[in-house]
Design a protein around this ligand. Sequence first.
Ligand SMILES: [Zn+2]
Length: 173
Amino acid sequence: MDYSSRGYGRGFGRGCSRAEGPFQRKGVRMTLTRRVIIEALDRADGYLSAEELFLIVREEYPGIGVATIYRTLQLLEELALVQRVETGEGRARYAMSRDKDAGEAGVGNEVVLICDRCGKVIRQPKAAARCSELFDSLSRKAEENYRFHTERQVLQIHGLCAGCTGAPSEKSR
Ligand SMILES: [Zn+2]
């Protein structure tokens, strides 16, 4: 199959170049399937369920099975390339973790709002930046009190989104 006609011919982008280092360090091979999944997640720029990711990837890579999606997500999570959040009733959503090397404030840290009714996950990069002092002090305390080395921090705020409470959309505020 010719993937160059499917939008992958222009080479792989940011997501895959980020993945190269961790893959090499762990001796994991970068396969075409893994590349396609990483790029789809990176382009989505938000949290997707495994099923949503499967539907997106299948459009460009029809041979893929949903089990491959789950296996790859698990691998990417182990390599800290993917952040997984629970959205209630055992459901999960996945996104590329925030890039420690991109010079973003609050490096690698994430603040997300999770709707427990519909499973929507809203990323809050600005809140993550505002919380950087809190994140720093938490990781210092973890080191002092538990000899725990913090790699990244995710603050999950659970509740109901505007769509589920009938409140005006967050964009109008
Ligand atoms: Zn909702």
